[in-house]
Design a protein around this ligand. Structure first.
Ligand SMILES: [Zn+2]
Ligand SMILES: [Zn+2]
Ligand SMILES: [Zn+2]
Length: 147
């Protein structure tokens, strides 16, 4: 939940990977940083439409995908829809996992990895990669539902 990652940081990373700094990209990145959780390409499109009336959904999706390729955003699938979130800690923190709210897209970083547990159960195998995400409802959504 830290805001130590700035838009300047994000734009620097864009530049480093050869992506032009455009007003659209900057606005998308600002929205991602402000969200501090996951949002879908559709939600991003709705946020951008009032500012850039001619923008297309495809453009939004393509840019989010590009951000993901250069690890500027993390992506995951929630209820069959791809969602995107700004990289944790501005990309300056190590390997970690997430709890993700399926209702509002909020995410919590979990700074531990359960893979040692699995390696013990796979003697002789070499684990090369893994995905591990926990889904549920955040505190806010739990409270809203139990009202
Ligand atoms: Zn993360
Ligand atoms: Zn929630
Ligand atoms: Zn891990």
């Amino acid at each position: 939940m830290s805001h130590d990652h700035s838009i300047e940081d994000a734009l620097k990373q864009l530049d480093k990977h050869g992506y032009k700094h455009t007003k659209k990209r900057e606005t998308m990145l600002t929205n991602l940083i402000d969200r501090d959780g996951y949002l879908s390409a559709r939600e991003m499109f709705e946020l951008l439409k009032p500012i850039f009336p001619t923008i297309s959904y495809d453009t939004v999706y393509r840019n989010l995908h590009d951000f993901s390729v250069i690890n500027l955003v993390e992506e995951t699938e929630i209820n069959g829809e791809m969602k995107f979130k700004y990289q944790c800690g501005g990309g300056h923190i190590g390997h970690h996992h997430h709890f993700i709210c399926t209702k509002c897209g909020a995410s919590r970083e979990i700074e531990m990895c359960p893979m040692d547990f699995f390696q013990d159960r796979l003697p002789g195998c070499k684990i090369e990669s893994h995905r591990f995400e926990i889904f549920g409802l955040c505190e806010k959504c739990v409270a809203a539902f139990s009202r």
